[in-house]
Design a protein around this ligand. Structure first.
Ligand SMILES: *[C@@H]1O[C@H](CO)[C@@H](O)[C@H](O)[C@H]1NC(C)=O
Length: 151
């Protein structure tokens, strides 16, 4: 009996992997900071990665799969896209005007709010994404979570 046929599939896989992995799955390191400005807990920073061109939703899913200390849930709205609902068991509550604000800090830049939702935002290398549990006010210039639902 020849050994070669049994070995061949593994060798073939090795030949195929470098191309597919480096071209299709190039990853970028990012940090996700979970801040709770309502309960004023100490912010937690998670190091994770996102596939180049992947969305923030992809990054959060990767983080949840690879780190048992991070979890999140979201709701998919037909017109508005996925909306971040809870992080580490803390959920936004319309009655209390609380929601998860999405902020970003690019390398060397300042903290700015994201203008699109988690399903559309494409993080860049070494970007810090801040998930800030906060309250919106009812004043005219108050923050409205709806701004973060846009896709
Ligand atoms: C989080 O929200 C609070 C309250 O709105 C704000 O004071 C704080 O600056 C926010 N955090 C960041 C990193 O912007």
């Amino acid at each position: 009996m020849m050994a070669l046929p049994a070995v061949f599939p593994a060798a073939l896989l090795l030949l195929l992997l470098p191309g597919t992995l480096t071209q299709t799955f190039r990853t970028l390191p990012i940090n996700v900071v979970v801040e709770n400005s309502v309960d004023k807990t100490v912010p937690l920073t998670y190091s994770t990665y996102v596939v180049d061109g992947g969305t923030l939703l992809d990054a959060l899913e990767t983080l949840m799969e690879t780190n048992a200390n991070f979890k999140f849930t979201y709701t998919k709205y037909p017109d508005l896209g996925p909306y971040l609902e809870s992080v580490n068991g803390v959920a936004g509550n319309p009655a209390e005007h609380t929601y998860w604000e999405l902020l970003s800090q690019k390398e060397g830049g300042k903290v700015v709010p994201l203008d699109v939702g988690i399903g559309c935002y494409i993080p860049s290398k070494n970007e810090k994404i801040i998930l800030n549990f906060t309250k919106w006010s009812e004043s005219a210039d108050g923050k409205k979570p709806i701004a973060h639902r846009m896709s």
